[in-house]
Design a protein around this ligand. Structure first.
Ligand code: ADP
Ligand code: MG
Length: 640
């Protein structure tokens, strides 16, 4: 039999070093990872055997066995799962194709040592944690249904691995860890039992180990006859192995839920909320769902898998089942165990399945009502969750027409009236609106700090109207799709016009007369804008730009530009608003009335425009001309 040697990719070497290095304080997790892989492998063959019973080769007695060999110094994790052939060994443990090693390495650099196990789990690199305790790892595997395809993979984790064909009588995988000199304590039966109990108790398949049962205590009068009784070897099951979602809710301890969540999600923190229920009636299923509080590392990686684990009549069918939840709930982890689906269901079939559709509706309803409950009764916890996942949740407002209103109730926004770090719901905003306020005001932008300084807020602030400050890119779309809340329309304060009361309207007419000629001049001079008009929103500032009612905000345009996607929305023309009460505008007016031809009039007009461009967070078109005008102004101040 030939032995082939392969090199790991260069970045892989480095990754392994880093994993081993940063995991030393959490080294026990290697066992959890290997048991979890063994359990996954058994789930796979069990599922396959439903349609192809012959792959079982008569062995359907699922088992994960841990063997400690003190003489050889090895710890073996053996399963009778699906096994791997040569190609899948190379693909699954010889390369890291899945999540991209560089993305992982980048994250690793910025992650605290304590969080590294989580990172490794989330990036699908659990197998390599073997090298924390082993200086050599051998994998012997044989795939189900192919007695001649045994394979041995061996590596010291340094740079190379070897691979050869072997004969292996039984189906499944042995992972043989040759323990490092200082890690030999993992051969100790108690040590192993404790770790299994701690991390893998709910693994559904039995995790067993051979243990020595001491001989029964000697009877009175047998002194001196010590050699007769030998210890016996028994196979002991180390885990309780109950499917936690099938248990009675009242009997499950919070820690048990939390441990199971951590196993499912690879998150090391407790979940923000556990939802455990059974649906009865037309379509029956049990669900155990978890809402996380911490943001997973790979949340925005394109390869990240989302979705629940689907069981059908207690048989694991698939993980990452995306059809059970809409994308805006992709942060939810959990298990659904359904009774009304055929066991041979495929991912494709699930997509248009009516039962799945019903289950999904039910799950969404349950999750949203739980979130609502949390918002009402456990606000601090909700806030933690919301800060990490609110932006995803709000995607639902424009994706899911039917749930739009429920989702809107779950949104939290900073607002002008709230101190930094505090939020309002739409309901709270609505209730606090003064009776003369007809619209719900909002402003979209990068962050609260910049928004708070925005000139658009000036007059509304003075009137005592609160303004929602929206800082998630999804907000603009979400509000665009909501349009109104309890009959009050949303109004972006940097778009269109602000409504005036009667008294203000009368003043407005007066000012229009006074400033009419100047406005006409500005309308001709400042070509980049579609209109120049008097402002109703400014108090302290001299000028600002606004979008048309139906246009995009400057924030959205700048964001799309940064993403290189400006073509998708197109530039919307701006309106220049000037504040007739501002001394700079009054001065310009006086100069203009005295002599419209004075070059200062045009220069100052452009300066008004350019400062408005800067204030909305955009770039001035001609920085040189801008600088020249500012410098002229300094010189003209006449101090020289
Ligand atoms: P993950 O489990 O997240 O995919 P791992 O690094 O733990 O990442 O394992 C990598 C892959 O190796 C698994 O997805 C699986 O395909 C394969 N594998 C690992 N252990 C076993 C096993 N005991 N039996 C069959 N396949 C296995
Ligand atoms: Mg794994």
């Amino acid at each position: 039999m030939t032995v082939e040697t392969h090199e790991f990719k260069a970045e892989m070497k480095r990754m392994m070093e880093l994993i081993v290095h940063s995991l030393y304080s959490n080294e026990e997790i290697f066992l959890r990872e290997l048991i979890s892989n063994a359990s996954d492998a058994i789930d796979k063959i069990r599922f396959q055997s439903i349609t192809e019973p012959e792959v079982l080769e008569g062995d359907g007695d699922w088992k994960i066995k841990i063997l400690a060999d003190s003489e050889a110094g090895t710890l073996t994790i053996r399963d009778n799962g699906i096994g791997m052939d040569r190609d899948s060994v190379i693909e699954n443990i010889g390369t890291v194709a899945k999540s991209g090693t560089s993305a992982f390495l980048a994250k690793l650099q910025e992650t605290d040592a304590a969080n590294v196990p989580e990172l490794i789990g989330q990036f699908g690199l659990g197998f390599y944690s073997s090298f924390i305790v082993a200086d050599e790892v051998t994998v012997e595997s044989r795939m189900a249904g192919d007695p001649n395809a045994g394979v041995r993979w061996k590596s010291d984790g340094e740079g190379e691995y070897s691979i050869e064909t072997i004969e292996k009588a039984t189906r499944g995988t042995d992972v043989i860890l040759h323990l490092k000199e200082d890690k030999k304590d993992y051969l100790n039966e108690w040590r192993v039992q404790n770790i299994v109990k701690k991390f893998s108790d709910f693994i559904e398949h039995p995790v067993v180990m051979d243990v020595e049962i001491p001989p029964p205590p000697k009877e009175e009068g047998e002194n001196g006859d010590a050699e007769t009784a030998e210890p016996t070897i028994e196979e002991k099951t180390l885990n309780s192995g109950q499917a936690i979602w099938l248990r009675n809710k009242a009997e499950v301890k919070p820690e048990e839920y939390h441990d199971f969540y951590k196993h499912l999600s690879k998150d090391m923190h407790d979940p923000a909320k556990v939802i455990h229920y059974s649906a009865e009636g037309n379509i029956e299923f049990k669900a155990l769902l978890f809402i996380p509080q911490e943001r997973p590392f790979a949340l925005f990686e394109p390869e990240r898998k989302n979705g629940l684990n689907l069981y059908i009549k207690r048989v694991f069918v698939m993980d990452d089942c995306e059809d059970l939840l809409p994308p805006y709930l992709r942060f939810v982890h959990g298990v659904v165990d359904a009774s009304d689906l055929p066991l041979n269901v495929s991912r494709e079939l699930l997509q248009q399945n009516r039962v799945v559709e019903t289950i999904r509706k039910n799950l969404v309803g349950k999750i949203l009502s739980s979130l609502k409950d949390m918002l009402a009764k456990d606000y601090d916890n909700y806030l933690k969750f919301y800060k990490n996942f609110g932006a995803i949740l709000k995607e639902g407002i424009y994706i899911d027409w039917n749930r739009r209103d429920d989702l809107a109730e779950l949104a939290l926004y900073p607002s002008v009236a709230k101190p930094a770090g505090e939020f309002v719901t739409l309901q709270q905003y609505y209730e606090a609106m003064p009776s003369k306020q007809e619209e719900i005001y909002y402003l979209v932008g990068e962050n609260r700090e910049t928004l708070e300084k925005s000139p658009y807020l000036e007059s509304l602030r003075e009137k005592g109207f609160d303004v929602l400050l929206m800082t998630d890119p999804v907000d603009e779309w979400a509000i665009g799709s909501l349009r109104e809340y309890k009959g009050k329309p949303f109004k972006a304060i940097d778009k269109g016009d602000i409504k005036l009361d009667d008294e203000e309207k009368a003043e407005e007419e007066e000012k229009k007369k006074t400033f009419g000629n100047l406005l006409e001049f500005l309308n001709q001079t400042i070509e980049p804008v579609s209109e120049v008009r008097l402002s109703h929103r400014l108090k302290e500032s001299a000028a600002c730009l606004v979008a048309r009612e139906e246009g995009n905000s400057a924030y959205m345009e700048n964001l799309m530009k940064r993403l290189g996607r400006e073509d998708e929305i197109g530039a919307s023309p701006r309106i220049l608003e000037i504040n007739p009460d501002h001394p700079a505008v009054k001065t310009l007016h006086t100069l203009f009335e005295a002599n419209a031809e004075d070059p200062k009039v045009a220069d100052f007009s452009w300066l008004l425009y350019d400062q408005a461009v800067l204030a909305e967070g955009s770039k001035v078109q001609d920085p040189q001309a801008f600088a020249r005008r500012v410098n002229d102004l300094i010189v003209r101040s006449g101090l020289l």
